[in-house]
Design a protein around this ligand. Structure first.
Ligand code: MG
Length: 260
């Protein structure tokens, strides 16, 4: 099931995306009674996707992002491939949805895109054993780990470089029935392909990442884990339209604007 979060006439709701096309005109939302993190049912009340505004599919308490989880990407930036996974945070205020604007921050001159598969946590959990990881996952969505590369190089901690407002586009929805182990992940800028990889190229697979982070902290429903980016990262400029497409999920599109 594809679960979207959206607003219509000032109300916010979750809905199941129905229809087989990829353009909003071909899709409808069956409004969900309740929330997707517990038992819920479909109301049977349907609205065309073209009539709503999509919101970030979840409001995470925290976004935990993994770095250098694809060998080719680690090397393209001149970094060693790390032995163990390493994580950093993107704050909840960095999250935006499909169609929202990425605001180019005033303190950077080198904004980069990073297409990533995002894991959405479905239930509160801690110290998750490897064999239980699938039980704590609600589903998967597309993410763009927008990075001020010059600031990342300059500052020891990445809080500003990767945590500024609008630096975490997520969407367009959460796909709950998906084997994430070998999916095509690609990114285009103004229709031109920049990144292409497969999730099977991850150095540390999703199970390892959830074990690793839940060893340290409680994960809450709606929390998001970013799993790293394949090779091909590069600059964005004001006016660009950047799109992340992951096989079996869909396309997350955002435009870059100057911060007003
Ligand atoms: Mg990243």
């Amino acid at each position: 099931m594809r679960i979207a979060r959206f607003s219509i006439d000032g109300n916010v709701a979750f809905g199941a995306v129905e229809g087989s096309g990829s353009s909003p005109g071909e899709l409808v939302l069956d409004i969900i009674k309740g929330i997707p993190f517990s038992d819920f049912e479909l109301s049977g009340t349907k609205v065309p996707l073209s009539k709503v505004r999509l919101l970030p599919p979840v409001l995470p308490n925290k976004v935990v992002a993994y770095g250098r989880n694809y060998a080719e990407h680690a090397r393209e930036l001149g970094n060693e491939v790390p032995d163990a996974p390493f994580a950093f945070f993107k704050p909840s205020t960095s999250v935006i949805g499909h169609g929202d604007e990425i605001q180019y921050p005033s303190f950077s001159q080198d904004l980069h895109h990073e297409a990533e598969l995002a894991v959405v946590i479905g239930r509160m959990c801690r110290e998750v054993p490897r064999e239980r990881v699938k039980d704590v996952i609600l589903g998967y969505t597309c993410a763009n780990d927008i990075t001020a590369r010059d600031v990342q190089r300059r500052e020891k901690q990445w809080a500003r470089a990767k945590g500024f407002d609008t630096s975490c586009p997520l969407g367009p929805w959460v796909e709950t029935e998906l084997d994430p182990s070998d999916l095509t992940i690609q990114l285009t800028v103004n229709g031109q392909q920049r990144q292409l990889g497969r999730t099977s190229e991850m150095i540390h697979p999703i199970e390892d990442l959830i074990v690793h982070i839940s060893e340290a902290m409680t994960l809450l429903p709606g929390d998001v884990i970013l799993t790293g980016t394949p090779a091909g990262v590069g600059p964005l400029t004001v006016g660009d339209e950047v799109a992340v497409t992951i096989e079996g999920i869909g396309t997350l599109t955002n435009k870059v604007v100057k911060r007003g």
